[in-house]
Design a protein around this ligand. Structure first.
Ligand code: FPP
Length: 229
């Protein structure tokens, strides 16, 4: 969800206004995704590198997350959305951690859109974390090292219970992954748009899905093999 700062600057407003507008877009897009029948949506809200921003901006984002949790979780739950957070949440203030735990507990049994919010998340962190957990299980004798294959490894990374993403969308014009779901994106279709996050809309989401629908996913096979299957 990139481009909040530039959106604000273009309007001569403070970055905070961009994040506030970005929050409204986030709310709208979660609703659009659910309405369009998207099974799982993962949003990159705060990367492990975002702590390097000025302290005032980090504080402001934390306040926004807390307010968003307070104002949105009830409605999301009524709409059957299942919420979870991925990333190292131990770095957040206890109050925010508690609200995240509560949101997960409240919505755990919901059967609608699986919404994951990546906070203090890094794709490499995720892989290292999985490697450590595997090492621990091998050390304790719970896991045989020879049984560690891609499938087994995948069960140790975040979001292990949902399929890898079909489509990655980055707004704001940059064409990079920025340490997002490094393990999961191996075969994901990548969609980049110059639209700044606060301007992203249901229509833009539709354009991204149309792009996805036009892709032929070969997973290493030839085009002929895939079309004749
Ligand atoms: C990137 O834009 C955006 C962020 C680092 C924060 C994301 C936060 C939101 C979309 C708002 C709230 C979300 C939730 C889940 C409550 P940027 O600041 O890097 O923009 P720039 O590249 O134009 O400076």
């Amino acid at each position: 969800m990139d481009g909040n700062g530039r959106w604000a600057r273009q309007r001569g407003r403070a970055r905070a206004a961009g994040h506030q507008a970005g929050f409204h877009t986030t709310r709208d897009i979660v609703e659009s995704a659910a309405r369009r029948g998207v099974e799982a949506l993962t949003l990159f809200a705060f990367s492990s590198e975002n702590w390097r921003r000025p302290q005032t901006e980090v504080g402001l984002l934390m306040d926004l997350f807390l307010r968003a949790l307070n104002s949105e979780v009830g409605k999301l739950s009524e709409n059957n959305v299942q919420i979870r957070f991925i990333g190292d949440r131990s770095a957040f203030k206890p109050r925010l951690q508690t609200e995240m735990d509560n949101a997960e507990a409240l919505t755990a049994n919901n059967q609608g859109l699986k919404l994951a919010i990546a906070v203090n998340y890094g794709g490499r962190w995720d892989i290292v974390n999985a490697a450590k957990a595997i090492a621990r299980d091998v050390q304790s004798g719970m896991l045989d090292v020879d049984s560690v294959d891609e499938r087994a490894f995948a069960s140790y990374v975040s979001l292990a219970d949902i399929p890898d993403p079909d489509l990655f969308i980055r707004t704001g014009g940059e064409k990079r992954i920025s340490n997002y779901l490094m393990w999961h994106l191996a075969y994901t279709e990548l969609y980049f748009t110059d639209v700044l996050w606060p301007d992203f809309s249901d229509e833009e989401l539709g354009a991204a899905i149309t792009f996805y629908a036009g892709r032929q996913r070969r997973f290493g096979k030839t085009g002929e093999q895939v079309s004749s299957a």
